[in-house]
Structures are given as structure tokens and as C-alpha cells.
Design a protein around this ligand. Structure first.
Ligand code: HSE
Length: 436
């Protein structure tokens, strides 16, 4: 007789309903693949009666996620509520404490409490799976943890937020404003409830914290990540990047350095010829540099009901067939402390855009401030027409500089000096160039 795996789903929104539909659609295949029948026997949601694109007939309703998590009617708890605290955290802890495995799509919960939850799962000897929490439908957790177990990873980086990539893509290809593109992303349902989470880089940081742990065997530490969002990227930057052979992407990067693992989220210039630069719209991508495979890039849907449900169902299937992976790759006690690397130590090239007053000696003065700090310039060029200020047409001129590899500290110092010298009319823009 085929043994049934009884699943409880907390949160039946877009992803939850997609999980229900996918389980029904793939029922026979999942039974064949896992050797068990998978049945949703309980669900919890804020509202019991709501128009949902899923068949919940015969599924027991719980008005409280933790009660569902503790129910003897389920073997496996699927958390799709979201948020680092409250009902999501309570119910996941309850499930683990009751000896039930957990599948979650909750990046914020993992980024904040992943260590404690992994330790609890280990203690209770139950699975904790979270493939859907990073890059939606891309199986990146499994790739890093199992697929690349024979590699030493040097860098993992990616486009982990569809909303930001959608905004930057549309600003670049259609010259639309940041605000118009954000509105459209919200209308299409890509953005988080509070879009500052997306555009401020925090959603990317949560996902990066998880990837960094899997790649480098260090404790999850979202606070060790330096985070900048895309709010200050302008269409002028995207146009200049295009002319120089680059695209601008919001990347999450975790990289081994002599000082420790550098973890950062910021707008980044990437060579147009790179795999990651080809990724446009809401699509996500993750590239891994590792000693044996060299470079591996996974590209796919990072959000959306079906794509996220694909990852949730894969985790459910793993648990049904009895696969037991350590949630964070290593035993909790073997994870090392994160050595925080200050951004000031970051090394790389920089794109700098300045609004320079059109007066003799300005270029020489700016180049001099760079030279004093041994910052070597790959190019310096005037881009576009003088910037109109108020009703005066002939204001400062936009100037773009590209530096060779230097350090963040020296670039900051040089820009401060340039501002203090009075050469520029506004705060300089600088965007880090990611090495290939
Ligand atoms: N708001 C997220 C994004 C959804 O735009 O990618 C998936 O985490």
C-alpha cells in the first residue's frame, strides 16, 4: 500500500493556490516519483471563504496557522504566510517542535531566524526545506548544496529581485521614469507589499544571506550585508552604461576575499557580453564561480505563483521520498562566524558621473584628485549637453569617468575632495563595475 504524506498549507494566496493546483495536476507523476501519495489535508488562511483558484473541498480549515502546524492531521507543514515574525515564525517553530517537517518560501524568516530554525530542525531530526525562498523557480538551493558539493566556491552573485530588474530593464529599453516602471511592476504583482523592500535592495539581501551560507559554510548574517537600492539610478546612467558597453543590474554578490566573505547588494555595471547582462525583465539569474565547474549561470522565473509553487512542490517531493539534507548544508555547529568585510575595502572598477561646472581647469582638477590617490582612469568623457538649471540653459556638463580597479575608500575620498573643490553642481553618482 502506498503511504500518504498529509500536508498542511498555511497561507493560500497566489503561491498557496498554485501549490494546490500543481499537486493535483502532477498527482500521478509525484506518486510515481516519490512512492507516496501527497494529500493536502489542512489549510489555514486569514479568511476561510474567499475566491481562490484552488479546490479546497474536503480540506480541513484552521483559523490559526500554529494550530494547523501542531495538528495530528498533518505530517508536513508548508508555510506560505511570509514575514520574519508573527504567525510565520510561530507556526514554523510549532511544526518543528511537534516533530513535523517544514517547507517554506519565506526568505525574511530564513534570513533572520534561519540559524535557530536549522538548529531546531536538526535537534528534532525533521527536514526544513526552503527552495522557494531564493529566486522562485530556480533550484539554486539544491544546486549550491547538493549539485556543487564537489566544488570550492569563489563567488556567487545574481539578479535576485524581479521588480528591480523589471524597472531597470524598462528604464533602459523604453527610457521610462523610475516611478512609472515601479507602478507597472506593482500592477503586475511582482513587488512586495511594501515596495521599498524591493527597490531598497532588502529583498535581495535576504536572499543573498541564504546563498552566502550555502556557498561559504558561514552563519546566515543578513546584517553583514552592505545594501544599496536602485533609487538613485537614472536614465542618464543607463544610457551612458549602454554607450560604454555595460548594463546596470541590481546584484547581490557574495565573494571570497583575503579579508573574509564580502557580501553586498547594489546597482552594478556588468559587461553587456556577460550571461547576467542578458537577463531582462522580471527574470532572475544566479552565477556561481567555482573551481571545478568554473562558471555556472541559472536563469529563470524568480517570482509568480506557478514558478514559486514549482520549488515548493520539489521540496515536498524530496520529503515524501525521504531525502534528508542538512538545511544549511553543514551541521549548525560547523558553520563558521561571518567575518564582516567593510565596503571601504571593496576592490574594483567604478563608473562615476559628475555634473561639472564648465570652467577651465575643471577636468584637470578632477583628474588630479584621482591621480593623487593612484586611481587610474580608463576613460573620461563629456556626455550629452549642458544640464539646464532653472531657466538658465548653459549649466554644468555631465561627465562620465571609468576607473581601473581601485578601492572604495580611495574613490570615496577622491569624490569628497572633488565636491569640496567646488567642481561639481550635485552629489556625484558612482556605480561599481563587477569583474567578469
Ligand atoms: N518581490 C520579489 C521580486 C518577489 O520582485 O522578485 C519574489 O521574492
Amino acid at each position: 500500500m502506498v503511504e500518504t504524506l498529509r500536508v498542511g498549507i498555511a497561507g493560500v494566496g497566489t503561491v498557496g493556490a498554485s501549490v494546490m493546483r500543481l499537486l493535483a495536476r502532477q498527482d500521478a507523476a509525484l506518486t510515481a516519483r516519490t512512492g507516496r501519495t501527497i494529500r493536502v489535508t489542512g489549510f489555514s488562511a486569514r479568511e476561510r471563504e474567499k475566491e481562490r483558484d484552488a479546490d479546497l473541498s474536503g480540506v480541513a480549515f484552521f483559523d490559526n496557522a500554529a494550530a494547523l502546524a501542531a495538528s495530528p492531521e498533518i505530517d508536513l507543514f508548508v508555510e506560505l504566510i511570509g514575514g520574519a515574525e508573527g504567525a510565520a515564525r510561530d507556526s514554523v517553530e510549532t511544526a518543528l517542535n511537534n516533530g513535523k517537517g517544514v517547507v517554506t518560501a519565506n526568505k525574511a524568516l530564513l534570513a533572520r531566524h534561519g540559524l535557530a530554525l536549522a538548529a531546531l530542525a536538526e535537534e528534532k531530526r525533521v527536514p526544513l526545506a526552503y527552495e522557494a525562498s531564493v529566486a522562485g523557480g530556480i533550484p539554486i538551493v539544491k544546486t549550491l548544496r547538493e549539485g556543487l558539493a564537489g566544488n570550492s566556491i569563489d563567488r556567487v552573485y545574481g539578479i535576485l529581485n524581479g521588480t528591480c530588474n523589471y524597472i531597470l530593464s524598462r528604464m533602459e529599453t523604453e527610457g521610462l521614469s523610475f516611478e512609472a516602471c515601479l507602478k507597472e511592476a506593482q500592477r503586475l504583482g511582482y513587488a512586495e507589499a511594501d515596495p521599498t523592500f524591493d527597490i531598497g535592495g532588502f529583498d535581495t539581501a535576504h536572499k543573498l544571506a541564504i546563498l552566502a551560507t550555502l556557498a561559504f559554510g558561514a552563519e546566515i548574517d543578513a546584517d553583514a550585508i552592505s545594501v544599496e537600492g536602485i533609487e538613485r539610478v537614472t536614465t542618464a546612467d543607463l544610457k551612458a552604461a549602454d554607450e560604454l558597453g555595460y548594463r546596470i543590474k541590481l546584484l547581490g554578490v557574495a565573494q571570497r576575499t583575503p579579508h573574509g566573505v564580502e557580501q553586498r547588494v547594489h546597482p552594478t555595471m556588468v559587461k553587456k557580453s556577460s550571461a547576467i547582462a542578458q537577463v531582462m525583465g522580471v527574470t532572475n539569474a544566479v552565477t556561481i564561480d567555482a573551481d571545478a565547474v568554473h562558471e555556472l549561470t541559472l536563469v529563470g522565473p524568480g517570482a509568480g505563483g506557478e514558478a514559486t509553487a514549482s520549488a515548493v512542490v520539489a521540496d515536498i517531493a524530496d520529503i515524501a521520498r525521504g531525502v534528508r539534507s542538512r538545511p544549511l548544508g553543514l551541521p549548525r555547529a560547523a558553520l563558521t562566524k561571518v567575518q564582516r568585510v567593510e565596503m571601504q575595502r571593496h576592490e574594483g572598477g567604478y563608473y562615476i558621473r559628475l555634473a561639472v561646472y564648465d570652467k577651465p581647469g575643471a577636468f584637470a582638477g578632477i583628474a588630479g584628485r584621482m591621480a593623487e590617490r593612484n586611481i587610474s582612469l580608463e576613460s573620461i568623457m563629456q556626455r550629452g549637453r549642458p544640464i539646464a538649471t532653472g531657466d538658465k540653459p548653459g549649466g554644468p556638463v555631465p561627465v562620465v569617468l571609468i576607473t581601473y580597479a581601485t578601492t572604495e575608500k580611495l574613490v570615496r575620498e577622491a569624490l569628497d575632495a572633488i565636491v569640496a573643490d567646488g567642481y561639481v553642481a550635485e552629489r556625484p553618482q558612482s556605480i561599481r563595475i563587477e569583474r567578469e
